[in-house]
Design a protein around this ligand. Structure first.
Ligand SMILES: [Cu+2]
Length: 217
């Protein structure tokens, strides 16, 4: 008799543990779903090219309905150790960028013909900050008149749904509003390419860019 009760107690306890475990494992899932529901979907995947080991690729949604005002805080493009840092700076249209000089030598940052925004900051020394506002969509290569080896890029975008790849080519764009879009890849060494993507509320969609489709410039 007591054996029977003991077994019963054990199975009751096991049942409780099981229910608790199920509850605990589904809890974060539920939270995630609620969050995803409020914040659109996720686009993720890989840009399969060895070039990403050197410089990241930019993956971005080409056009999204709505207005996306630029951040009030200025973006930042430094010059340190005779390189532009960061090498690639994606920004929203209308953003203002601070160009600082953290080197012990003077720089003369400018954008060449063909850039979405043309500018020339002139020669400026250490500790000086110059600012430029970027009102046109597209690519702005950055050069320096003093150091021909210096090269950087600003990419001016219509919406905040973009990501740079890590050094294995992986990217993830969060909170994308549901819809069908052109998902574009930009890399300084590659021709621009895109894939169509449909984003659903609360879902993750994978978009892979195959190596043979990524043509060198
Ligand atoms: Cu320079």
């Amino acid at each position: 008799m007591s054996h029977y009760f003991k077994n019963r107690r054990v199975s009751l306890l096991m049942a409780c543990v099981f229910i608790l475990a199920v509850f605990l494992t589904t809890l974060p899932l539920q939270a995630q779903e609620t969050k995803g529901h409020q914040q659109g979907g996720i686009i993720k995947g890989t840009v399969n090219t060895p070039w990403v080991k050197r410089y990241p690729a930019l993956v971005y949604v080409d056009q999204v309905k709505g207005e996306f005002p630029p951040p009030k805080k200025n973006s930042f493009m430094g010059q340190k150790g005779l390189v532009f840092a960061p090498h690639i700076l994606p920004i929203l249209k209308g953003s203002t960028v601070d160009f600082t000089n953290d080197d012990s030598v003077a720089h003369n940052v400018f954008s060449p013909p063909g850039a979405a925004t043309r500018f020339n900051l002139g020669i400026y020394g250490v500790g000086v900050k110059k600012t430029v506002t970027f009102d046109n969509l597209g690519e702005v290569p950055l050069l320096c008149n003093v150091h021909p080896e210096m090269l950087g890029y600003i990419l001016v975008l219509q919406n905040p749904y973009f990501a740079l790849t890590d050094n294995s080519g992986k990217y993830e764009i969060k909170n994308v509003p549901p819809g069908t879009y052109k998902l574009k890849v930009w890399h300084e060494k590659l021709q621009e390419t895109f894939k169509e993507v449909t984003v659903q509320e609360g879902k993750t969609v994978s978009v892979e860019f195959e190596r043979d489709k990524l043509k060198q410039k």
